[in-house]
Design a protein around this ligand. Structure first.
Ligand code: MG
Length: 282
């Protein structure tokens, strides 16, 4: 396995797409040296975007979290979230003014209101409301009393035939070194199996979020796919998505894929990154 220095690799590109967890930050905060690395990119004239499956809050609030951690260079405009793709879906498919039931945190209501729809916490949906719903949104694993709300959501999904949209398809997320928690993508899989329905999913590895980021870059200046590097720690989302979209990819070993497993995970999955780096601060 040929591990190369990120700093050397990145200078071959004009634009970098970063994953967030396991790349720029960990469960206990930002990875040391990320701030300096982002300033290095800026000085080199390399643009960067963060493509995240975090649908728990708006890109403004996500940017504010980076500012709290002392990284002011990351602005809302640098963030592309899977929830933005879900909002685009709602805009195109759901009658304006309809109610949309959601599972997650109130900070995700932003994406329903942004589509001119009315957010309703799924806990508050009653059987008589079923025929007023335009869609059901699954945003996050937190922000609700888990057991009763999961059962409530299942019954809403079974009792209606409106589109169910998964705004973050991730199955797990890291909570501490070596420990993971169930993410909303896993909960969605369970609902889908039990209700025997097919849901709409947005976020990596689906290419729509990469296309959205690509179009955003190209609205400002012309860049080709070969000018872009996607950097991520997860083969099945970041690297597969980048490869499918047709940009070069760099797997970093600072998150969900550790060095001693990387080689056989790449061989078993057939998902081959263009480059492998220890981390973005290496
Ligand atoms: Mg990650």
């Amino acid at each position: 396995m040929n591990i190369v220095k990120f700093k050397e690799v990145v200078q071959q590109y004009k634009v970098v797409f970063f994953d967030a967890y396991g790349v720029l930050k960990k469960h206990d905060g930002m990875i040391e040296g990320v701030k300096e690395m982002l300033h290095f990119l800026k000085d080199e004239g390399i643009e960067f975007y963060i493509i995240t499956n975090d649908a728990s809050r708006s890109t403004e609030l996500l940017a504010a979290n980076y500012h709290k951690a002392g990284i002011d260079i990351i602005q809302a405009d640098n963030l592309v979230s899977s929830a933005v793709m879900s909002m685009e879906f709602l805009k195109e498919n759901i009658q304006p003014g309809s109610s949309v039931a959601y599972l997650g945190r109130e900070t995700s209501e932003f994406f329903i209101k942004g589509a001119d729809l009315i957010p309703v916490r799924i806990e508050n949906v009653e059987r008589k409301d079923y025929n007023t719903l335009g869609a059901v949104m699954l945003f996050d694993d937190g922000g609700y009393d888990f057991h009763p709300t999961i059962n409530k959501t299942l019954n809403v999904i079974r009792g209606t035939d409106v589109p169910v949209v998964v705004a973050n398809p991730d199955l797990v997320y890291p909570v501490s070194d070596g420990e993971t928690a169930i993410a909303i993508g896993s909960i969605a899989n369970m609902f889908e199996a039990v209700a025997n329905r097919k849901f709409f999913r947005f976020g990596k590895p689906d290419v729509a979020v990469f296309k959205y980021a690509f179009d955003t870059v190209n609205a400002k200046r012309k860049v080709a796919k070969r000018d872009i590097l996607m950097v991520g720690d997860t083969l099945a989302t970041d690297i597969l998505g980048g490869n499918n979209f047709g940009v070069d990819t760099a797997l970093v070993l600072s998150g969900s894929t550790i060095e001693k497993q990387a080689e056989h995970m790449i061989a078993d999955s057939g998902i081959i990154p263009t480059h492998i780096c220890n981390s973005v601060v290496d």
